[in-house]
Design a protein around this ligand. Sequence first.
Ligand code: BGP
Length: 471
Amino acid sequence: MKHSVLTAFPQDFLWGASTSAFQCEGAAAEDGRGPIGRDLHKPVPGTTDFSVASDFYHHYKEDIALMAQMGLKTFRFSISWSRILPDGTGEVNPKGLEFYSKVIDECIKQGIEPLVTMFHFDMPAALERRGGWGNPESVQWFVDYASILYKNYGDRVKYWLTINEQNVLIFLAEKYHTLVFPKECPNVLQEIYQQNHRMLVAQAKAFALCHQLCPGAKIGPAPNISFVYPASCKPEDTIAAENYNAMRNWLYLDVAVHGRYNEIIWAWLKEKDALPVFAPGDAEALAAGKPDFIGFNYYNTLTCEEDDGSRPLSQATDQQTARGESGMFRGCANPHLKTSPFGWEIDPVGLRVTIREIYARYHLPMIITENGVGAAEELTADGKVHDDYRIAYLKAHIEQIGLAIADGCEMMGYCPWSAIDLISTHQGFKKRYGFVYVNRDDFDLKDLARYPKDSFYWYKKVIASNGEDLG
Ligand code: BGP
């Protein structure tokens, strides 16, 4: 649809930016924080560990002041479960509680709405030792943790997100061990989807508890949604794309919003003898916990074709690369799209497609909780970073959000990844996303000084004009 007049961004649109605790805080062993699983494993060769990260723990005031200078209306950050509960359950760490209280207060003082993710890829090591999401008690662990957050911060935090990219945890589980597997695991697929089920139940209970303990607050999920295109108009390719969409995207949102499983995935799991087993009360919990909005991370779309068994299936190398599933779909490259320096396809129009599709399916307001481009960057001699490619990337995506709003979709906000430079999930500090350069490398901590990049000043203008001036 071509629009002759574009609808303006809503006046209360939440222009923001995102980070996550383990990727930016550092202070890994400070003030009583318990280790997370990653702290105990060797980092990917050639990349830093997570002990110092961007040292947000000690720079939070300066960082939030920079965010305020940029004009951010919201800051999406995550709380480290093991900073609040070093053992994952039981004794609360007062210093941990205090840290996030100070971060929240600082945001509010600077006129920035905190948008809090409860769990972003950082399961406490103590809980991993007890089996992680493989332990049936994990549902209650998460609910108890959520309850502590609501009771301590619910007076100030109006927007909550439950689990970051649960779908990524699931589809990378076997390859990257994003879940903990029991020693004896005869049916790996069933185990993965059983753990997935526990997370979904935990999330639904966290939705309900939020509404009970924090009246007026709003809560949503935060999956990574990559709409899947069929490689051609061959009908079988469309079936494959529907399968892939169901498995990667809709399974998570169908349960979160409607409290029931996606039928395509249910049928596939049944055929594989991998259906999750419901504990007593699970069905009721899924039906009772409802989100107020949908948060989703968007980096690109994916493309696939029919898997007719004639060629090997593509393997996912990371969260944004198309993969294959025997008899369901075979991921392939999209010849119409360019890729980022780190190999991810770039598809701004796909964001509009994704927004329209999510809205058609769920009719809830949406906030984009991550979107951005990673690049290797260097400071110039005069302390600048000329990230024109980031400006071009974000501009193209914001234009598409504007078009989706004109299409009638309800958008609450946009939080690019990331507010400041931080450590990539598996490519270290050399893959930077921030509006603010953090002066360190993978193995040289330098002075950790902050330098606004060109994109910082550009985004400031975008926000000041409420999305009218995209430069
Ligand atoms: C998302 C994660 C983030 C973030 C981002 C960029 O999947 O939620 O934590 O890291 O991707 O990915 P990467 O760091 O792998 O480049």
